[in-house]
Design a protein around this ligand. Structure first.
Ligand code: BEZ
Length: 220
């Protein structure tokens, strides 16, 4: 049972989301503003709510109305600070680094699931317009049960993608960047605290956090 036709919140008789293949829609290098592209990716007709999975700032910064919030995880994906940020946690001259997900068979990525009205995506598509696309994913709730949700991922074909670097270098870049949403270091430290609370052992995040704390002489 794929859940198709049941709807995202387990209700019957509403159409399933239609994930649209990235390959069909994307030019070879994706233009920077992904908000228009995201509008075409999922059909919300007939739905009163949709699950959203957050693995980064959405865990600790829910600046949108939600109907329900539940700790959850997705499988096969790992967090990486591989996406550049010149609009939130950096500037065009000094971009910061924020999260995306990369495929990682067997990895469980814990986060926070929010049940939201479809209209919330109008706000989030603009907030995350710098290279993030929405994808449909199965989610597992920490207290049991499964639903399908949407997750924002910045794929490597977007212009702001920075890719892999040594974790110490990533920490140094984060230490030096600040943008309209605040210091990049605050993003990292709040994320690390949130992951500890969720019980997620994200070695990538914690290694970068340790480098940053050492560099900034912050207590561990
Ligand atoms: C997240 O927390 O899931 C997230 C936040 C910003 C951009 C992409 C994902």
């Amino acid at each position: 049972d794929t859940g198709a036709g049941k709807g995202l919140a387990g209700r019957t008789a509403v159409p399933a989301l239609h994930p649209v293949s990235c390959i069909l829609y994307l030019p070879s290098v994706m233009t920077l503003d992904t908000s228009e592209l995201n509008k075409t990716r999922h059909d919300f007709n007939g739905r009163d709510s949709v699950w959203l999975f957050g693995y980064g700032s959405l865990i600790f910064k829910a600046d949108f109305p939600f109907l329900e919030r539940r700790p959850a995880s997705i499988e096969g994906w790992a967090r990486r600070f591989w996406q550049g940020s010149h609009d939130h946690r950096g500037t065009p001259e000094r971009p910061g680094r924020v999260l995306t997900l990369v495929e990682s068979p067997g990895t469980v990525c814990a986060g926070m699931a929010y049940r939201v009205a479809p209209s919330v995506f109008e706000h989030l598509d603009v907030r995350e317009k710098n290279g993030y696309l929405r994808f449909a994913t199965p989610m597992t709730f920490a207290d049991g049960g499964h639903e399908e949700g949407l997750v924002y991922i910045a794929t490597e074909d977007n212009e702001a993608f920075l890719g892999e670097a040594p974790e110490a270098d990533i920490a140094r870049q984060i230490a030096l960047a600040t943008g309209p949403s605040g210091p990049n270091s605050e993003y990292l430290l709040r994320l690390a605290d949130s992951l500890r609370q969720l019980g997620d052992d994200c070695s990538h995040t914690f290694a970068i956090e340790a480098c940053l704390r050492a560099e900034e002489r912050l207590p561990r």
